[in-house]
Design a protein around this ligand. Structure first.
Ligand code: PLP
Length: 369
């Protein structure tokens, strides 16, 4: 008997992407096994963190790396690291930032809300966010002006589908921060497939989610400059105590990174393209639905499916269709940001052929009915 049945929980088919309210991702068996094996053993945790750091360096090419509880924790602790460096007294004082530079500049459109505002990750460290530019965009001149304010500790950039306004060129923004003598941090939570590209911006620290596309247990990877990564680790004697990684998560990250290093990326991408193409062909045959594939908005190496619902023909609106999918058993979740335009978006990456078949059958029933 599966967990859902045993504990009376709703079975879910997640076409919503790496969505935190649905448990984010599926771990491969080797990741699950290593994490489970770790649970019944003791370790010298510092050795384990050194091992994780070496694995991150080997797989990503970063100068240094470490693991913290999650990406949000990674952002808070990265900001803290820029404020404290390796000063024990400063680490002990946070979130009291008296005597420290504690202003964090971020482009206004990067103040994203991932069901929790990223600026709160900044405030948790005791720092104060300063938004540059507007929601429509943030020019390099806007960044120059904000970074010239007194007491700036770092620049925070976000690489995500959720940013607003004209895209901020990341490498140029990092260079502006460096021109003002402050480090730049990139929140790249769901961007593990693009981590080399983000490192190429010369950002000082990059945070990446373990549990999103990498498929580890909940964890945040922080990678970049060795002195700052050391300062992130040192926060564990301060505010980082509540954001520490578990031994099973660290082993899960190591297994997931090893799997990623061994991945035949071209074959994987081909498989994703095939999956999307087959789904689109079938969904497009349903009367009242037009299906197509759309690239990932951040440049991740797979496409999403867009269903456009013609309510007159389908006899159901996109909103009604999404609700009916969710109310069924299993409960099917899709992305609904465009539902008022008649659009639903599906991400197929973690789904099996059986699950895709079930979604197609349900779509056919709901639209015909
Ligand atoms: C998901 C996400 C986070 C938070 O990740 P956690 O690992 O759940 O803390 C942070 N920033 C962005 C842009 C995200 O998409």
């Amino acid at each position: 008997m599966g967990l859902h049945e045993r504990y009376g929980l709703t079975p879910v088919i997640n076409a919503h992407g790496t969505y935190t309210p649905l448990g984010v991702s599926r771990s491969e068996q080797r990741v699950a096994s290593l994490a489970a094996e770790a649970l019944s053993e003791f370790f010298v945790m510092d050795e384990l963190k050194d091992l994780a750091g070496r694995t991150i360096v080997a797989v990503t090419g970063a100068e240094a790396g470490t693991v913290v509880h999650c990406t949000a924790a990674g952002t808070t602790l990265s900001v803290a690291a820029t404020m404290t460096g390796d000063s024990e007294s400063r680490i002990a004082a946070l979130p009291d930032t008296e005597g420290m530079a504690s202003t964090v500049v971020l482009p206004a459109g990067h103040a994203v809300d991932y069901r929790h505002p990223v600026v709160q990750d900044v405030r948790l460290a005791g720092a104060t966010p300063l938004l540059a530019g507007s929601d429509d965009g943030c020019s390099l001149a806007d960044l120059e002006a904000a970074l010239a304010a007194p007491g700036v500790t770092c620049l925070l950039l976000v690489s995500s589908r959720m940013t607003r306004g004209a895209a901020v060129p990341l490498a140029e923004a990092v260079a502006v921060a460096h021109g003002h003598g402050v480090p730049a941090i990139i929140d790249g939570a769901g961007q593990d497939f693009r981590v080399e590209e983000l490192l190429g911006t010369r950002a000082d620290l990059i945070t990446v989610s373990g549990q999103k596309y990498l498929g580890s247990p909940t964890a945040g990877l922080v990678l970049g400059r060795a002195d700052l990564v050391r300062a992130v680790r040192a926060q564990e004697r301060g505010i980082g105590r509540a954001m520490k990684p578990s031994k099973e998560a660290i082993f899960g990250v190591i297994a997931a990174l090893e799997a990623r290093a061994g991945l035949d990326r071209a074959a994987w991408e081909r498989a994703q393209r095939g999956k999307v193409a087959r789904f689109v062909t079938r969904a497009d045959r349903i009367r009242g639905i037009t299906a197509g594939s759309v690239p990932d908005p951040t440049g991740l190496p797979f496409a999403r499916v867009r269903l456009t619902v013609d309510a007159a023909t389908a006899r159901v609106t996109a909103t009604g269709l999404a609700e009916a999918l969710q109310e069924g058993t299993p409960s099917v979740w899709v992305m609904t940001q465009g539902q008022d335009r008649g659009e639903l978006i599906l991400e197929l990456v973690p789904l099996t052929d059986e699950e895709l078949e079930l979604i197609l059958v349900r779509l056919g029933e709901l639209v015909a009915g």
